[in-house]
Write a protein that binds this ligand. Structure first.
Ligand code: 6PG
Length: 260
């Protein structure tokens, strides 16, 4: 269904959601490689995507369809910790997917979040993006055009590491920033809205009943301004992929949007 010009797909449970997301990624990966030789994807962190990453690396029906050698894995954001730290998004993806695949043949662009200066880690990552997207001509109006950016959403409507009331919400030029998150008293390294809104596709993957209130608010144009609402790909698709628990509150929105 389409709600407030956003694609919204609801699946009976998190297992069905994970499989559908993996299939969508396989489809996008193969069409991108066919079109321009590579699939540039930014992975999301947090806990929700780990089952998806594991399935992509272990389910033969998905794994055999992925053009692994042509995929360039990036990260949408990272905590200001080293790759071994339990909070590390890289560690989560590494344990769920990369290790199972054997990292030597994979193109992994990790954020060097172990650097003392989060700003320096952000600058280095932006340089990495420029080095990858520039020479390949994969730019849209001077911004990197990811084939896919995977996003999650927090109960406060944050996405990547763009939190409510954080200065990063107002960034209009840089591709990657160190964003101070007051509630965690730490910097996060995150891509910015200009990068998110230059993607060909953004998948917002959300599961669980605890997320139902924020999903309803985020899809309800009238309700407040949450960072996730500022994700509006200019020449791309924003696709919400939800399990029924997370989508519990959108029925009313759907019936209003699609009266029988
Ligand atoms: C991060 C993420 C963040 C995450 C949400 C949802 O580094 O934490 O990039 O944006 O997607 O916080 O996290 P959960 O999936 O754990 O609910």
């Amino acid at each position: 269904m389409v709600l407030n010009d956003q694609e919204v797909e609801v699946f009976p449970d998190s297992k069905a959601l994970t499989l559908a997301a993996a299939r969508r990624i396989a489809l996008l990966a193969n069409s991108a490689v066919q079109d321009h030789g590579v699939f540039a994807v930014a992975l999301s962190g947090g806990s929700t995507p780990s089952a998806l990453y594991r399935l992509m690396a272990t389910d033969e029906t998905i794994r055999s369809k992925m053009p692994w050698r042509n995929i360039h894995f990036f990260f949408g954001d990272e905590r200001h910790v080293g790759p071994e730290h339990k909070e590390s998004n890289f560690r989560m993806a590494n344990e769920a997917m990369f290790q199972a695949l054997g990292t030597k043949d994979l193109h992994i662009h990790r954020i060097l979040a172990e650097l003392t200066s989060a700003s320096e880690a952000a600058e280095q990552y932006e340089a990495d993006l420029r080095e990858f997207f520039g020479p390949r001509g994969l730019l849209a109006e001077g911004l990197p055009r990811f084939d896919l950016i995977l996003l999650g959403m927090g109960p406060d409507g944050h996405t990547a590491s763009l939190f409510p009331n954080s200065s990063g919400l107002r960034e209009t030029a840089r591709w990657v920033i160190a964003n101070w998150v007051e509630k965690f008293k730490t910097d996060r390294i995150t891509v910015t809205f200009p990068v998110l809104n230059s993607a060909a596709e953004v998948i917002v993957l959300v599961a669980g009943e605890e997320k139902a209130p924020i999903v309803t608010k985020a899809l309800n144009r009238e309700a407040g301004d949450y960072p996730i609402q500022a994700v509006r790909p200019i020449h791309g698709i924003k696709r919400w992929m939800l399990d029924a628990s997370a989508a519990a509150g959108i029925r009313t929105l759907a019936s209003e949007a699609h009266p029988r």
